[in-house]
Design a protein around this ligand. Structure first.
Ligand SMILES: [Mg+2]
Length: 228
């Protein structure tokens, strides 16, 4: 049915969104005089506005936190507070890679039968070091770090690797980035939700639930593939 399986990385193979959530808590505390909802809403709209300029990833998030702090304090934010935000970012970039349960075994098993691709978006240097530190790099025949994951991106990747969409299956936690665009170009997809998802990743065009599968955790993936 397919020869190549693509895997998303963040929140599919290892924890990621949890690091953003923890940092946002610290940021909220730092600006506590403005109220948590105001901080969250301002940060969220700043991030989305900045996506086209800074792209996805931690560096863009740091810049959006700085911009939010300037906006909320009417420019009164102090240098030492900006330093604190930069330190939040450094901590995020240095956070250890924590694989999700069963990932190592599943990837090892599937790599014996299929070509595996890692397809992730975000900062090039951050993603490269995370892949290296994950210990999983050798299982993948190709690694694609892209600025966004839409149907054009997937079409380009598949044509570069000479794979027909109908012979490709994508595994990921984001409907918007991993599932919808792959189904739209005629590929297979398995959605494995992470316990928390950034709101932005929740917004996506409707696709018929018959056209993709959903699993509770990655440990169930080899069984599902066997059935298919
Ligand atoms: Mg993800």
């Amino acid at each position: 049915m397919f020869d190549v399986i693509g895997f998303d990385a963040d929140d599919t193979l290892w924890h990621n969104e949890s690091i953003f959530t923890m940092t946002q808590e610290k940021f909220r505390e730092m600006l506590s005089s403005h109220g948590p909802e105001v901080v969250d809403q301002t940060l969220s709209s700043t991030q989305i506005k900045n996506l086209k300029i800074f792209g996805y990833g931690i560096k863009g998030f740091i810049l959006s936190m700085i911009e939010t702090s300037i906006e909320l304090t009417d420019g009164e934010i102090q240098g030492n507070e900006i330093q604190q935000i930069l330190d939040f970012g450094r901590e995020m970039l240095a956070a250890p890679i924590e694989l999700l349960p069963d990932v190592q075994e599943v990837i090892d098993e599937l790599s014996k039968k299929y070509r595996l691709l890692l397809i992730t978006k975000g900062d090039l240097i951050d993603q490269e070091t995370k892949i290296a530190r994950s210990g999983l790099a050798d299982y993948f025949t190709g690694v694609e770090i892209v600025s966004d994951k839409n149907s054009e991106t997937y079409e380009k990747i598949l044509s570069r690797h000479d794979i027909a969409a109908s012979r490709f299956m994508m595994i990921g936690n984001s409907m918007r980035s991993d599932i919808v665009p792959v189904v739209q170009i005629g590929g297979h997809a398995v959605h494995i939700p992470y316990y928390t998802t950034w709101d932005h990743e929740q917004k996506h065009p409707y696709i018929d639930p018959k056209n993709f599968k959903q699993l509770k955790h990655i440990g169930l993936l080899p069984g599902l593939i066997e059935e298919m």
